[in-house]
Design a protein around this ligand. Structure first.
Ligand code: MN3
Length: 206
């Protein structure tokens, strides 16, 4: 199939000042678009052009097709993992079954945030930080290098943070930790809850 860049789930200027419009114009408009364009060029006229994005990711060997397909998936998931800041006084922390699972598996939301920070610091070079539901049903914070992603490891992604330098250099220069702390405020926990619910269904039916 021919892949396209979906519209962002928010306006380009709506994450500012935490993530500037300039960052989003570059990150979404140039980097993400670049992965989509490159993927389409790589698969054009080949059997891979018949596959869905997930099939490409699961069936491709290491190489450019996998890298660009995974980066397309990862970025789409990253955009969905964020929302503009809520109005003052409004909180949107995790709720329901996900909130319960966070308390069971990490101890508290604060403890999860600390693990997330540590994982971001542990990525050497470019990569991603994830909250995942593992095959055994437990939540975990993981990190992957370059384009790698939980789907390749049989895990359900709940949310992700891009820690490639292009995600934060304009706004935070080389200070990744500061970017990750601001990202934490933007997390769309409703999206994570949806993914958690879908992961629960697939675990039950497995
Ligand atoms: Mn990126």
């Amino acid at each position: 199939m021919v892949f396209t860049l979906a519209p962002l789930p928010f306006a380009l200027n709506s994450l500012a000042p935490l993530l500037s419009q300039t960052t989003l114009e570059l990150h979404y408009g140039k980097h993400h678009q670049g992965y989509v364009d490159q993927l389409n060029r790589l698969i054009e006229g080949r059997p891979e052009a018949e596959l869905t994005l997930e099939e490409l990711i699961l069936q491709s060997d290491e190489g450019p097709i996998l890298n660009n397909a995974a980066q397309h998936w990862n970025h789409t998931f990253y955009w969905a993992s964020m929302l503009p800041l809520p109005a003052p006084g409004v909180t949107r922390d995790p709720e329901g079954d996900l909130f319960t699972a966070i308390n069971v598996d990490f101890g508290s939301l604060i403890a999860l945030r600390e693990e997330f920070r540590s994982a971001a610091a542990a990525v050497f070079g470019s990569g991603w930080v994830w909250l995942v539901r593992r095959a055994d049903g437990k939540l975990a914070v993981t990190h992957t290098s370059n384009a790698d992603l939980p789907l390749r490891q049989g895990q359900t992604a709940l949310l992700c943070c891009d820690v490639w330098e292009h995600a934060y250099y304009v706004d935070y220069q080389n200070v990744r930790a500061k970017y990750v702390d601001q990202f934490w405020k933007l997390i769309n926990w409703r999206f994570a809850e949806q993914n958690f619910g879908q992961g629960a269904k697939s675990v039950r039916s497995a």
